[in-house]
Design a binder for this molecule. Structure first.
Ligand SMILES: *Cc1c(COP(=O)(O)O)cnc(C)c1O
Length: 398
């Protein structure tokens, strides 16, 4: 029995089988590289689903976690702790506005946003986009514009299930009514297959919300904190929301989410309206402060923009003339390779066998979201591996 067999056997026996896992167990990481239980090395172009922005085991992030874990781990939100306020102040500095509620995940950050929008407008309805992803709690699942995910859990709250076609201004115009508390959008749909919103659509959403007294919420759980080559993806279009949610990259792998609202919106929450036992604890907040320091000190937002452009260019070159590839799209280091057939799972499996980790985000789309500190050599290496895997598959399919 290999080390991996033992790990898998235990998982099969005792863990709820909700995940379709690849047959690999990782035991160690450093930068853009991971090692599995059998000692094999991989190039990580997924980063734990856009989480490990500063790479694996970044010394500064590791030191911050170690230091805080050896000092104070948890006291609850019945008391003050310094890291939470420091992180909220830091996020305010990045946005130029906002007051933060800290949660433990992206779904919880969106739950907070949905509750706050109701509290601040006195309205119950929510408008979201088809193909969106906002989380797996009951409310955020309802808000998620993927009907297949709703079926096993129906009925879900109907006020949260007004899904309009993405990037379609007329449908948005028709959907926002007197009972709409907010429009909730991803600036680039991540789980939906790396679909960027057009700047015109985001501008129209801002205008319609202002005219009708609804809030505009951007779910930047996947796109926030440098991933797309700007601190926040909405900065590409220059459209500012009333509430923004963050999570994935914030804690460098520790669970933390943030719902950041404009002062006048945040003021709608009275003491006791919303709470969490773990949210905003000292260890994840210290980790997040270290992550933001590293992003700033190592110029990772700029690097994400440059390496994202390079990755899209190299993937274009590596797949030119391949009939299996319809195109490459993305913003910064959130990149999708669109196939002409539902063969992304096969491509991901073959890449893994070649030591490259990517993800089949939809049956026909491969997602790449490497750490923001990835260098040109690894970008070229990854594009080369994926290009040759898709070339082999293209030939085999003829
Ligand atoms: C991942 C994701 C979520 C959910 O975050 P969890 O931490 O898994 O709850 C919500 N919105 C977007 C855009 C995401 O990518």
């Amino acid at each position: 029995m290999t080390a991996f067999d033992a790990i898998r056997t235990r998982d099969d026996a005792c863990v709820m089988q909700t995940y379709g896992r690849a047959p690999v167990a990782f035991v160690r990481g450093e930068g853009v590289r991971l090692w599995d239980s059998e000692g094999r090395e991989y190039l990580d172009f997924l980063a734990g689903i856009a989480v490990a922005s500063t790479g694996h085991a970044h010394p500064a992030v590791t030191a911050a976690i170690r230091e805080q874990a050896g000092t104070l781990v948890h006291v609850s939100n019945l008391f003050y702790t310094e890291p939470q306020g420091l992180l909220a102040e830091r996020l305010h500095g990045l946005l130029g506005w906002g007051r933060t509620f800290f949660s433990n995940s992206g779904a919880e950050a969106n739950e907070c946003a949905i509750k706050l929008a109701r509290r601040s407008t006195g309205r119950a309805g929510l408008v979201t986009a088809a193909g969106s992803f906002h989380g797996r709690t009951v409310a955020t699942l309802a808000a998620t514009g993927q009907p297949a995910k709703h079926v096993p859990f129906a009925p879900l709250p109907p006020e949260l299930m007004n899904h309009v076609p993405f990037n379609d201004q007329d449908s948005l115009d028709a959907a926002i009514g007197d009972d709409t508390s907010a429009v909730l959008l991803e600036v680039v749909q991540g789980e939906g297959g790396v679909n960027p919103a057009t700047p015109e659509y985001l501008h129209a959403a801002r205008k319609l919300c202002d005219e009708r007294g609804a809030l505009l919420i951007f779910d930047e759980v996947q796109t926030g904190l440098g991933r797309t080559g700007t601190w926040f993806a909405f900065q590409h279009a220059g459209v500012e929301p009333d509430i923004v949610t963050l999570a994935k990259a914030l804690g460098g792998g520790l669970p933390i989410g943030a719902c950041i609202a404009r002062e006048r919106v945040a003021a709608a929450f009275a003491r006791g309206d919303h709470a969490t036992t773990f949210g905003g604890g000292p260890v994840p907040c210290r980790a997040a402060l270290a992550v933001l320091d590293v992003i700033e000190q190592e110029d990772l937002v700029q690097n994400a923009a440059a390496m994202g452009d390079r990755l899209i260019r190299r993937l274009g070159e590596a797949t030119a003339g391949n009939d299996l590839v319809a195109g490459v799209r993305g913003l910064g280091l959130l990149v999708g390779v669109q196939l002409t057939a539902d063969r992304s799972a096969e491509a991901v499996e073959r890449c893994l066998a070649e030591g490259l980790i990517v993800n089949n985000v939809t049956p026909s789309t491969i997602r790449l979201s490497p750490p923001l500190l990835v260098g040109a050599g690894d970008v070229d290496r990854a594009a080369g591996i994926l290009g040759s895997v898709l070339a082999q598959m293209g030939r085999a399919g003829e």
